[in-house]
Design a protein around this ligand. Structure first.
Ligand SMILES: Nc1nc2c(ncn2[C@@H]2O[C@H](COP(=O)(O)OP(=O)(O)OP(=O)(O)O)[C@@H](O)[C@H]2O)c(=O)[nH]1
Ligand SMILES: [Mg+2]
Length: 296
């Protein structure tokens, strides 16, 4: 018998959804940062075996008070992920504040999919905190099972993986067995550059940037060349552009070096990377820009 299913990972920003998906899939699929709202799209991570296929969806953290249109698009990716789930993993952590009117809870109360509660970051909190969170959640929603784990340390994730397997319905493979995701290489190139922007710059810059891979040229078979990649970083203001460039170009140079290394590690190949910065005022509120950037 072949089993398959769609497992959608949901929760507030910064609780560790992407770290968990990467741990479950065993690949560095989604980018991760210490800042909230790192993930902006729904990203599939596909785990296949001879007789099963699990299609995980990592989603953006649900933004409770959207401040611009991009937030609304991000939230739409989350609500879309309620519809096709064979299983929902609601990820939380002891410091994650919820109230009874939280839109995520209201959506979950209406969804008929089985739900697992994942209390993440167990390495950071004492066991009495796990119990407190578990009790608070069980009063809000019925969960099929509750797991306390550390996605970062990869402890407790095996029990979760086993429980997911047990729950998978009979079904076909939806994707070729060697496929790991639904996104092309250029998407991951942009994401890895964005991950480094989140890491290198303070509060304002990461949220004002979007990265677009402009070209991705693989050498012809008879050419002894490397992959050539060009990416554009969009910011909203000239002052942000100046920060990204840095004194004498030092910041953009550093960003280029870090991003190239990350992309080379991801692709397992040497690349040439060219970065450009463009100013596009208010792109986060502009429908046409958002569409062009993939916020459909
Ligand atoms: N201590 C600890 N930190 C963790 C754990 N899992 C994730 N983190 C950290 O939490 C931060 C957020 O992790 P992400 O995986 O990016 O969280 P996310 O829920 O995908 O965040 P958004 O995409 O912004 O919604 C990062 O600094 C992670 O290293 C964990 O099990 N323990
Ligand atoms: Mg994420």
């Amino acid at each position: 018998m072949h089993r398959s299913g769609f497992v959608n990972i949901l929760g507030h920003p910064n609780v560790g959804k992407s770290t968990l998906m990467n741990a479950l899939v065993g690949e560095r699929m989604s980018i991760i940062s210490a800042k909230p709202q790192t993930t902006r799209h729904r990203i599939l991570g596909i785990l296949s075996g001879e007789d099963f296929q699990i299609v995980f969806s990592d989603t953006p953290g649900f933004v409770l008070r959207p401040s611009y249109k991009m937030h609304e698009k991000m939230n739409a990716f989350v609500t879309g992920a309620f519809e096709d789930a064979d299983l929902v993993l609601l990820v939380t952590e002891p410091n994650d504040p919820y109230d009874e009117q939280d839109p995520l809870i209201l959506h979950l109360q209406k969804s008929e999919s089985p739900k697992f509660l994942i209390i993440n970051k167990s390495d950071k909190f004492p066991a009495r905190e796990w119990d407190r969170v578990k009790m608070a959640w069980e009063a809000r929603l019925p969960f099929t099972q509750v797991f306390t784990l550390s996605a970062l340390r990869n402890t407790g994730t095996e029990e979760l993986a086993a429980a997911i397997h047990t729950l998978l319905p009979e079904g076909p493979a939806w994707y070729p067995k060697d496929q790991l995701t639904d996104r092309p290489e250029r998407f991951f190139v942009s994401e890895l550059i964005r991950e480094n922007i989140f890491e290198m710059f303070g509060q304002e810059i990461p949220y004002s940037c979007e990265v677009v891979t402009e070209y991705y040229q693989e050498p012809a078979e008879d050419e002894n060349d490397i992959i050539r990649i060009g990416a554009e970083i969009y910011v909203m203001r000239n002052t942000q552009k100046a920060i990204l460039i840095g004194k004498g170009g030092s910041a953009i140079k550093e960003l280029g070096i870090r991003s190239r290394k990350a992309i080379e590690e991801f692709l397992g190949e040497h690349i040439f990377l060219e970065l450009h910065i463009k100013v596009r005022p208010k792109w986060r509120d502009d429908d046409r820009s958002l569409k062009g950037f993939g916020y459909g």
